[in-house]
Design a binder for this molecule. Structure first.
Ligand SMILES: [Zn+2]
Length: 198
């Protein structure tokens, strides 16, 4: 079933549609409410779901998932988490650029961690194999849609290098942000630091 609510009712939940909205003051309030320091990009594979918790264990000054902060009415107005996850196939950086931009704008950002994991599904195929299968099975040509370098993981070290370089060269990632590339072992729950682009 689909309901069609009054659009004005839904606007109650949109900050910029509130009476007296002030963008500068709202941004400052967001910065104060959320102590984001680190974005971690990792794979949507459920076997990799421990990554943000394990990163908080590895970096003791970081907090994840932390606690929600409630106001006097019980509304959720912030949290203590300093790590924000960006969860995408393979943990590839290309999918995270917009989220990094918005996270930095609203909360300020110090670190971006790219975590590629062992036995990732994206290491089970090649870009050519994916394009050929889409062509044969769906009748579409994706070869001009995606760059081959961000589709599949052929080597863990070079995929991390590619993603760290992509982030470093992107205008979306401020030069002061530290970028790290880790391999995460899904069976041992252990990180190996491969690239520290500090
Ligand atoms: Zn994966």
């Amino acid at each position: 079933m689909t309901v069609t609510p009054d659009p004005n009712t839904l606007d109650r939940f949109v900050y910029s549609q509130q009476p007296g909205y002030n963008e500068t003051a709202t941004r400052a309030a967001f910065t104060n409410a959320v102590p984001l320091r680190t974005i971690v990009i990792y794979c949507y594979d459920p076997r990799a779901a421990a990554i943000p918790v394990e990163l908080a264990n590895l970096w003791p000054e970081e907090t994840y998932p932390g606690d929600l902060i409630l106001d006097e009415h019980g509304s959720k107005v912030g949290s203590t988490a300093t790590i924000f996850p960006v969860v995408v196939a393979g943990g590839r950086a290309v999918d995270a650029l917009r989220s990094i931009t918005i996270g930095h704008h609203l909360f300020g950002l110090e670190n971006v961690v790219v975590a590629h994991h062992t036995n990732c599904g994206t290491s089970s195929f090649t870009p050519r194999g994916l394009f050929d299968a889409y062509d044969a099975e769906e009748g579409v040509d994706l070869s001009q849609t995606y760059g081959t370098e961000s589709l599949a993981i052929g080597h863990l070290e070079s995929s991390l290098r590619y993603d760290v370089d992509l982030l470093r060269q992107s205008a979306a990632v401020p030069a002061a942000v530290h970028v790290f590339g880790y391999v995460f072992d899904i069976d041992l729950n252990e990180f190996t630091l491969v690239i520290d682009d500090d």
